[in-house]
Design a protein around this ligand. Structure first.
Ligand SMILES: Cc1cc2nc3c(=O)[nH]c(=O)nc-3n(C[C@H](O)[C@H](O)[C@H](O)COP(=O)(O)OP(=O)(O)OC[C@H]3O[C@@H](n4cnc5c(N)ncnc54)[C@H](O)[C@@H]3O)c2cc1C
Length: 341
């Protein structure tokens, strides 16, 4: 998940960003499965994909579905070339799981809106050219989901400040963003005014079910498989076998959700199941790797690559079950989808 503008540009030039988008918007009109395979391969080798990740996965599809022809022409080809990156402005200091509690507001003025509020945990905003802001465009009513819209805010722009948040791994990956009367022109409204809730939910199915939900620690599994401890115990083999069988099952489930998205369905429940199981699997993987290394008495000298990815995984795994929607929330989505609440 590292950022490399150069790598992303190369990937764009090779036609591997926006692969499923129409050719007129810089895409390659390939199938969702072609894109899926490329995504898996990038994750398997730990490629530095941070730059285009959000644009390719969800902002592009959102603009294709809800954007105006001008927005499509302006953003999609540049995104497909790997030159324009989007960040997602959803979470706020007092609104994460419960997005309906969001307070960032857009007041109508001539020619556009004045947007004010604070966004937090905004991944890669410091390297992005646009922020897709979820905000209130009309006061709350009895329907808590009413009156939200999505606006494209250029970065930089007067009134917008980005402050780094350094994560537990000591890396600058996400940010806090303040918007102080930021002017956003009329043409930057995405979709229908007041329909932001429905649009964001459509977007979340893309965010929750892809291979990055169960493959972001894949390098660890690969390194674990490459190591041959001298007196390898049965525990080592059976733990690896178990991890691989879980991985393959998750892959089948995730591909099924991709097929539903491709067919134009909105698989919220199914995507939530994949995210919950996938991210718990990733956390287990890190714990199992740490236990095996301990049981087999391996040291960093025996397996330097394994220790490096294990250290990284230890630091990042706490985020796996939070980013993109906390696991408790996923279980709530599943329960609601099954008619249990
Ligand atoms: C690495 C990382 C990157 C991120 N990137 C972005 C980004 O680019 N853009 C963006 O907008 N956001 C981003 N986020 C934010 C992420 O979406 C939120 O952290 C997440 O939705 C949870 O919100 P919160 O942090 O406010 O926690 P809270 O909503 O305060 O939740 C705290 C705890 O309470 C539990 N909880 C809350 N409500 C309920 C409930 N109703 N029932 C049961 N349990 C509940 C939660 O499950 C959680 O365990 C990122 C987060 C991380 C960790």
């Amino acid at each position: 998940m590292r950022f490399s503008a150069e790598f992303t540009r190369h990937l764009g030039a090779a036609g591997f960003i926006g692969m499923t988008w129409p050719k007129e918007y810089g895409g390659a009109e390939r199938s969702a499965f072609d894109r899926y395979i490329v995504t898996e391969e990038l994750l398997a080798v730990g490629a530095p994909v941070r730059g285009h990740w959000v644009s390719d996965r969800q902002t592009g599809p959102v603009l294709l579905k809800f954007g105006t022809p001008e927005q499509k022409r302006k953003y999609l080809p540049a995104m497909a070339r790997g030159e324009h990156f989007f960040a997602l402005g959803l979470s706020e200091p007092d609104a994460g799981s419960d997005l309906s509690a969001m307070r960032t507001k857009a007041d109508k003025v001539e020619g556009g809106w004045l947007v004010s509020g604070t966004k937090v945990w905004t991944t890669n905003a410091h390297n992005s050219q646009s922020l897709l802001v979820f905000c209130r465009t009309s006061p709350p009513t009895e329907d808590r989901h009413h009156g939200f819209s999505q606006l494209i805010v250029p970065i930089p722009t007067p009134g917008l400040t980005i402050r780094p948040i350094i994560n537990i791994a000591g890396e600058h990956d996400f940010n806090e963003i303040t918007l102080d009367n930021v002017f956003v022109p009329e043409e930057n409204l995405v979709g229908t005014l007041g329909n932001g809730w429905g649009q964001v939910n459509a977007e979340l199915a893309y965010e929750r079910s892809g291979p990055e939900r169960w493959m972001s620690a894949y390098r660890l599994l690969a390194e674990l498989s490459a190591v041959r401890p001298k007196n390898r115990s049965d525990a080592w083999d059976s733990a690896l076998g178990r991890l691989y069988s879980h991985l393959l099952t998750l892959r089948q489930m995730s591909i099924s959700v991709a097929a539903m998205l491709e067919a134009g369905q909105s698989p919220m429940l199914e995507a939530a199941i994949v995210k919950d199981l996938g991210t718990c699997f990733e956390q287990d993987l890190v714990q199992v790797a740490a236990d095996l290394v301990h049981v087999e008495g391996l040291t960093a000298e025996d397996a330097p690559n394994l220790f490096e990815v294990l250290g990284h995984g230890r630091m990042w795994s706490v985020a796996f079950t939070i980013r993109g929607g906390a696991k408790e929330i996923m279980r709530g989505v599943v329960a609601r989808g099954m008619g249990l609440r």
